[in-house]
Design a protein around this ligand. Structure first.
Ligand SMILES: NC(=O)c1ccc[n+]([C@@H]2O[C@H](COP(=O)([O-])OP(=O)(O)OC[C@H]3O[C@@H](n4cnc5c(N)ncnc54)[C@H](O)[C@@H]3O)[C@@H](O)[C@H]2O)c1
Ligand SMILES: N[C@H](CO)Cc1c[nH]c[nH+]1
Ligand SMILES: [Zn+2]
Length: 440
């Protein structure tokens, strides 16, 4: 295996903007073949339900089941998995779950109301979604941490029923994933994955109940299916490959930063890992660390490909310029490995999660810091937020007019409705106008 040839950019170069744009380019969920495959899978699930679900699961996950009952994982099996894992693993899952729960409790929204002087009451009622589907990826690796990150906020919001789907390729059921499901309080689990699982959750089959919203990350088939069923159900977001951007003043151990870059690069050949620093000798030191540490890594080839294609070391004039470039990139994860990172918080406008200081590696956020690890990618931090309790809540407006209030508002509505040529609207409002009270 060869070393990493990681792109070096200098913000003062004339071609910098063009080079940066090139580096950030990632074609999200647009492959025509994938679109066709996924559209066909969704169609088959809608038409043939469980029969198609069994067919695709046997085909893509290399199973040989005859009935959907074989694809359901019982609550007893979840408990058994919890007993089967080591004491250390159970403790780590429990501790992570408790920190994630505590953080998400802070996100709960409250219903509110206010009264006007004439007795009219206006407000907003917050309610949890009834039933949610959580997709847990399982093709190339198992993600118990993603079970906790997706299920706990749903349960904190008060969602009554959480249905989890996870593929078990070659019949490999991951005990940690099941144990995490038991700890997080999942209600039903089916070992199905890919577009067929998303379609089953969206439209329902005889065995899998249809849900109101589907959340959770997955590969391009999962992401494309989520995009296609949106409207039939809600979705959280379309997550692209993982990203990390580190801003460093040159005073953090270069080995630490190299490993932080690896931590996201090891997810995927398409993952993005960028380091920005004003110190050119530091960039060289991190490059040396990368090449020194890479051969030790289990997923070295994935890391090498990811850093070679979408990795970069960027030299800037100062930290202010580093922040300016960060805002352009709007990364999923931002590490501020600098002195007094707090002073830069007010000027960071776009980042999914901000890791502050030299002792806060992004990896802690992936597992147990407390905040969610499902975050906006591919620049979407410009307009979206981490997965949270708010994704599992919805709001209804409350409007309750007193007779006096209806008279006052009725006059306003009547004028506006007649201006729009909508006479039924106008007369509906006018019926509530109390002429006698108008002079009061
Ligand atoms: N953003 C996050 O928080 C987060 C967390 C964990 C994982 N991830 C990402 O999720 C992704 C997981 O991908 P994965 O593949 O390991 O698991 P996956 O569960 O998303 O996909 C596996 C499924 O893909 C389907 N599939 C595979 N090849 C297919 C084909 N040729 N045609 C139709 N369907 C096919 C199969 O049904 C299979 O069950 C990775 O990119 C990982 O980085 C993201
Ligand atoms: N970093 C991933 C989200 O970008 C989440 C994850 C799960 N396990 C490890 N990491
Ligand atoms: Zn990660």
């Amino acid at each position: 295996m060869s070393g990493v040839s990681i792109t070096r950019l200098n913000s003062s170069a004339e071609s910098f903007n063009q080079q940066l744009d090139e580096l950030l380019k990632w074609e999200a969920v647009s492959d025509l073949n994938v679109n066709q495959t996924v559209a066909e899978i969704i169609n088959q699930i809608r038409q043939h339900g469980d029969e198609a679900l069994i067919k695709y699961t046997n085909q893509f996950d290399r199973l040989s089941v005859d009935s959907v009952e074989e694809l359901a994982i019982s609550p007893e099996a979840l408990q058994a998995a919890l007993e089967q894992i080591s004491f250390e693993q159970k403790q780590a899952l429990t501790e992570a779950a408790s920190r994630i729960r505590q953080y998400h409790e802070e996100q709960k929204s409250c219903s509110w109301q206010y009264a006007e002087l004439d007795g009219t009451i206006l407000g907003q009622q917050v309610m949890p979604l009834d039933r949610v589907g959580v997709y847990v990826p399982g093709g190339k690796a198992a993600y118990p941490s993603s079970v906790l990150m997706n299920v706990i906020p749903a349960k904190v919001a008060g969602v009554k029923e959480v249905i989890m789907v996870v593929p078990t390729p070659d019949d490999q059921v991951n005990a940690l994933v099941l144990a995490a499901a038991a700890i997080a309080g999942v209600d039903k689990v089916f070992r199905v994955g890919g577009a067929q699982a998303v379609a089953a959750l969206a439209y329902g089959t005889a065995t899998i109940p249809s849900v109101d919203k589907i959340v959770g990350p997955g590969n391009i088939y999962v992401a494309t299916a989520k995009r296609m069923v949106f409207g039939q159900v809600g979705i959280d977001m379309i997550a692209g490959p993982s990203e990390i951007l580190v801003v460093c003043d040159g005073k953090t151990n270069p080995d630490w930063i190299a490993m932080d870059l690896f931590s996201q690069a090891e997810h995927d050949e398409d993952a993005q890992a960028i380091l920005i620093s004003p110190d050119s000798s530091y960039l060289e030191a991190v490059e040396s660390s990368i090449n020194k540490l890479l051969p030790e890594m289990e997923r070295a080839e994935i890391i090498r490909q990811s850093l070679s294609c979408r990795g970069a070391l960027i030299q800037v004039a100062d930290i202010d310029e580093a922040i300016e470039i960060t805002n352009r990139i709007a990364p999923e994860h931002l590490e501020l490995s600098i002195e007094n990172p707090e002073q830069y918080l007010p000027v960071i406008r776009h980042a999914g999660a901000i890791f502050m200081g030299r002792h806060t590696p992004e990896a802690l956020g992936d597992y147990c810091a407390g905040p969610n690890h499902v975050l906006p990618t591919s620049g979407t931090a410009r307009f979206s937020s981490p997965l949270g309790v708010y994704d599992f809540e919805k709001r209804s407006s409350i409007i309750n007019f007193s007779a006096k209030g209806a008279t006052k508002a009725g006059l306003v509505a009547s004028v506006l409705a007649r201006g729009e040529g909508l006479t039924a609207h106008a007369r509906s409002a006018e019926f509530r106008i109390d002429k006698q009270s108008m002079g009061e």
